[in-house]
Design a protein around this ligand. Structure first.
Ligand code: ZN
Length: 181
């Protein structure tokens, strides 16, 4: 426990203003008081890994009837199969019990409904400084990108043929998931 105090002192220079996160930390104390996930082993108990978007309208466990402990979740803008997503999936398959992989982009996704120029302009307007140098991985054809992403996983030399890989689209207005690939 003494080590934790030292670590906190070291990090104090970058700690934000007191009060900024109070609501969330209070909620965490309630969460910890009724903590039900102690002793979990980190294996995906349902054998599931999900790659999906960072969008706040998505609840990746609930939408498939899963609960904490069941699945590995990797999220980024658009729910794309990036090199780091592949890294996560390889670890999931070989070390963490994953045998089914779902790639799940969604309707009305910002990175699929704006051009990179539009996102740069919007971020520039928000930031008040030029953002034209910032890369945004936009999607021009969601089904084509999904097909490509599923293929990236299926063809990865460290993802076994026995691993089931599917491409899906989540409808943020109805909650329905349809398999597309
Ligand atoms: Zn999205």
């Amino acid at each position: 426990m003494a080590g934790r105090v030292d670590a906190g002192a070291t990090a104090s220079a970058s700690v934000p203003a007191v009060g900024t996160f109070d609501d969330l930390l209070a909620a965490n104390r309630a969460f910890a008081a009724d903590f039900r996930f102690g002793g979990f082993d980190g294996v995906a108990h349902a054998g599931v890994a999900i790659v999906t978007c960072m969008d706040s309208r998505i609840e990746p466990l609930g939408m498939f009837g899963l609960t904490p402990g069941d699945a590995k979740i990797f999220r980024n803008p658009g729910g794309r199969v990036t090199p780091q997503a592949l890294e996560a999936l390889v670890l999931g398959v070989h070390l963490l019990g994953v045998d089914r992989i779902l790639i799940v982009p969604h309707t009305r996704c910002a990175v699929a409904s704006n051009t990179e120029q539009e996102l740069r302009a919007r971020v520039s307007a928000s930031a008040g400084i030029d953002a034209s140098w910032q890369h945004f991985s936009v999607v021009t054809d969601q089904l084509a990108s999904l097909t490509e992403d599923v293929q990236k996983v299926r063809s990865h030399p460290l993802i076994p043929d026995a691993t089931q890989v599917g491409g899906f689209l989540y409808d943020v207005d109805t909650g329905h998931v349809d398999q597309r690939v």
